[in-house]
Design a protein around this ligand. Structure first.
Ligand code: UD1
Ligand code: MG
Length: 454
């Protein structure tokens, strides 16, 4: 089979998005539309990818620097044929060129693979729609062979009744594409150079024309406005949810989960409603995620239970931990197994050792906490002096009384106890009780002040 070149058309203005951002950079499942297309393109292992972007859209190549693709600006935009023409200098004659749309984000690898297998010549991706309005129609002869594509605005009454439409996605022998594009004219209702006119040219030259249909219609749905974007987002999330269910993950309500990235789950995982997973997230066997939790770029090991409204970012949680409700693990949090982090506890850039507990109302930042440590309610690590950050070290088996401030840099020794309400500014010796608060005293016969007479 010939090598593959891919052209992604992404120059459209996106007027109906009413946005200053180029249309293809609007996100679906947290990822720019065109990036969905590029990822799918890359999965086909092509020799060349060329993205055609529009004027004022320098943001497009900038946002896509991580791809080894070429970018070419189309200005002015004179139609889909003109757009593909801009990419021709980047394409190889001995290849086949696949044309994709940057605003048709959910096209699947399997469908494009079907097109590659359909045969030599021109391969069109078509779909039958109950309401074909707006699309180019596939005109076939009595034998059912494709003859040409006619755009809605150029179609006769009779042609408008055709329900098979052009999705825009097509596979074309590159050398022929080059010749055909050179012969396009813009003598049509829209005064544009239509890519679709190459179909009649292929037929005239006796070139075979095949058609393939996508497995699901949503694969070829394009985005022109925020309504379509929101609808396609729901379709995408529904697909992800049913994939998770099929893999054995329990979702209390598959309509109320959002995955914006890659979620990998072990066996017997349970996810309650309203959870959002972003970036790369992994949940080990038997992990339970409580309602309305948000987990980004984190791994949660087996048997850990997360109570509702907990937030995680760039964190690593060991096995059999208890987290939340209302816990917040900020970047660089690492919890070892059996750790407990309770309500209104914020952890950042800190390690919490095996079996250690911070169950209520605490801030633990830039800290290393050993094993079996108990951190009392309201404990704060004072890690920041307004200019620099410092570390707090709490060694194994320490007990920190409630409402303690640990002013970093400071070390609490192994097995040390800190009395409640202390402000600790110096290292505390292992195994001993340290407290810094003043002693409680009662004054006998003390009277409350009374209002003076005027
Ligand atoms: C096109 C097809 C039509 C098909 C429909 C599917 C042509 C002439 N018509 O029509 O048969 O049914 O798509 O949605 O090809 N673009 C550029 N530069 C341009 C013009 C368009 O990059 O100068 C890009 C757009 O950003 C978009 C795609 O090409 O991603 C399609 O353009 P659009 O204007 O939506 O084409 P339609 O008229 O809808
Ligand atoms: Mg369109």
């Amino acid at each position: 089979m010939n090598a593959l070149n891919i052209v992604i058309l992404a120059a459209g203005k996106g007027t109906r998005m009413y946005s200053d951002k180029p249309k293809v950079l609007h996100t679906l499942a947290g990822k720019p539309l065109v990036q969905h297309v590029l990822d799918c393109a890359v999965s086909l292992n092509p020799q060349q990818i060329c993205t055609v972007y529009g004027h004022g859209g320098e943001a497009v190549p900038q946002a896509l620097q991580q791809y080894s693709a070429d970018f070419v600006m189309q200005e002015p935009q004179l139609g889909t044929g003109h757009a593909v023409q801009q990419a021709m200098p980047y394409l190889q004659d001995e290849s086949r060129t696949l044309v994709l749309y940057g605003d048709v984000p959910l096209i699947q690898h399997s469908t494009l693979h079907q097109m590659q297998k359909a045969g030599e010549g021109l391969v069109l991706l078509t779909v039958n729609l109950d309401n074909p309005a707006g699309y180019g129609r596939i005109v076939r002869n009595d034998q059912g062979d494709v003859m040409r594509i006619v755009e809605q605005k150029d179609a006769t009454e009779e042609e408008l009744l055709i329900k098979e439409v052009n999705t825009g996605i097509m596979l074309v022998p590159t050398a022929k594409l080059r010749t055909w594009l050179g012969n396009l004219s813009n003598d049509n209702a829209q005064g544009e150079y239509y890519l679709t006119d190459i179909v009649a040219m292929a037929v005239a030259q006796g070139e075979p024309v095949h058609s393939v249909q996508p497995a699901q219609t949503w694969e070829v749905e394009g985005i022109n406005n925020k309504v379509q974007l929101a609808n396609l987002e729901r379709i995408y999330q529904k697909e992800v949810a049913s994939r998770l269910l099929t893999q054995g993950v329990s979702l209390i309500d598959p309509a109320r989960i959002d995955v914006r990235g890659e979620l990998v789950c072990g066996r017997d995982v349970e996810i309650d409603i309203g959870c959002v997973f972003e970036g790369k997230v992994s949940l080990g066997d038997r992990v339970k995620v409580g309602a309305y939790s948000i987990i980004k770029d984190s791994s949660i090991a087996q048997d850990t239970q997360i109570a509702p409204y907990s937030h995680f970012e760039d964190s690593e949680v060991g096995a059999d931990c208890r987290i939340g409700p209302y816990a917040r693990l900020r970047p660089g949090s690492k919890l070892h197994e059996h750790a407990h982090v309770g309500n209104f506890v914020e952890i950042k850039n800190s390690e919490i050792g095996q079996g250690s507990k911070a169950n209520h109302l605490s801030y633990i930042g830039d800290s290393t906490v050993g094993s079996r440590v108990n951190i009392g309610a309201g404990t704060i690590t004072c890690n920041y002096d307004g200019a620099n950050k410092f570390r707090t070290i709490i060694e194994d088996d320490a007990f920190i009384g409630s409402d303690t401030q640990l002013v970093a840099p400071v070390t609490v020794g192994k097995g040390a106890t800190i009395g409640a309400g202390s402000t600790i500014t110096k290292n505390t010796p292992p195994g001993e009780l340290t407290l810094s608060r003043s002693k409680q005293l009662s004054i006998a016969g003390w009277q409350r002040p009374v209002k003076g007479k005027k």
